[in-house]
Design a protein around this ligand. Sequence first.
Ligand SMILES: *Cc1c(COP(=O)(O)O)cnc(C)c1O
Length: 398
Amino acid sequence: MKKRFIYADNAATTAVSDEVISAVMHCMKNVYGNPSSLYDRGTEAQRLLINSRERIAGCIGALPNEIYFTSGGSESDNWAIKGAAHAQEKKGKKHIITSQFEHHAVLRSCESLEKQGFEVTYLPVYKNGIVQPKDVANAIRPDTALVTIMYANNEIGTIQPIEEIAAICHDKGIWFHTDAVQAVGHININVHEQHIDMLSLSGHKFHAPKGIGLLYIRRGIAIPNLIDGGAQERGKRAGTENLPYIVGLATAIESACRDIEQKNEKTAALRDRLTEKVLKIDRSYYNGDARQRLAGNANYCFEGIEGEGLLLRLNLDGISASSGSACTSGSLDPSHVLLSLGVPKEVAQGSLRITIDENFTEDDIDYMADRITNTVAYLRGFSHTWDTVQNEEKYPGK
Ligand SMILES: *Cc1c(COP(=O)(O)O)cnc(C)c1O
């Protein structure tokens, strides 16, 4: 097969789209005033800021004054979790509920709170990678300050029953935050209808630039300011607004939230075509629920090989993929997400995440399937673990 160049790591980041680049450039060149200034150039910028905030809020069913712009997902997660914890601490509430397979921005925030005397319950996600709402209900205590569960997992793409979990929290009067960085643009979200109190999103996961995101905070939820200073973001996160990127975020989120169902249908069909071919490989496994997952996510394990070796060889074939999350690569530790599903350490080491979108073609998919199949066989050809593993019982994962 002729070599192709395929970017199949859209969960790590996405390319900035042409329409977003145009919107950002137009703003940089023409609307450079400070939105807080009173002359025309300032009010023009202020108008554009208000307009962008309204468009963005509309895409997630929030009110414009519930949107707080941040530098992205990590900042929003940190602010939501640490902010909620410290706001509730005064009422004697020092317990947080989350799941074992959250993004590190959430897990590390929780660990930092544990060092300050908070208690954290890490709920199991079972073999299918889905948090059970009844586990959330059972974990809630009188001193629970916050429940934070991600909308969709960044490694295995499994979609969590957010509506049910949020309803449980709402009934019990407990604040609910969701890291929706992977979900926005792939799932229709309405924060008010779904009783979500706080939500993190990040532009670079749906074709906006890196370094812009937001935290939605429902009216009435009072968390401490993140940055003290000027009156920007209702005084909660001071600093002159990054208007070009906010305009880019508005353009990107509107585009991402358009025709979600049609795009998902096309993407899922391509993803399933890949999975059908890849799972023909001996001792290969599909990680996470096959249906309740993001349309563009496929995550496999291959026994007897190292994910790193696979990635390097796929790179030579022009394929950009990942073996988990971009954040954990570089370390040889197996993914905490795969371990939380009960995947044995040795199996988890041979993982591959492919994240595609609706612009892929069947030829792209067939090329990837061909290269993956060949490369796994090639690597197993001189793998000692493969020699021994073949005589062992299979990991019951298929
Ligand atoms: C990418 C990602 C983040 C981090 O977002 P940044 O904007 O890169 O800080 C957080 N959570 C999830 C689920 C992600 O996929």
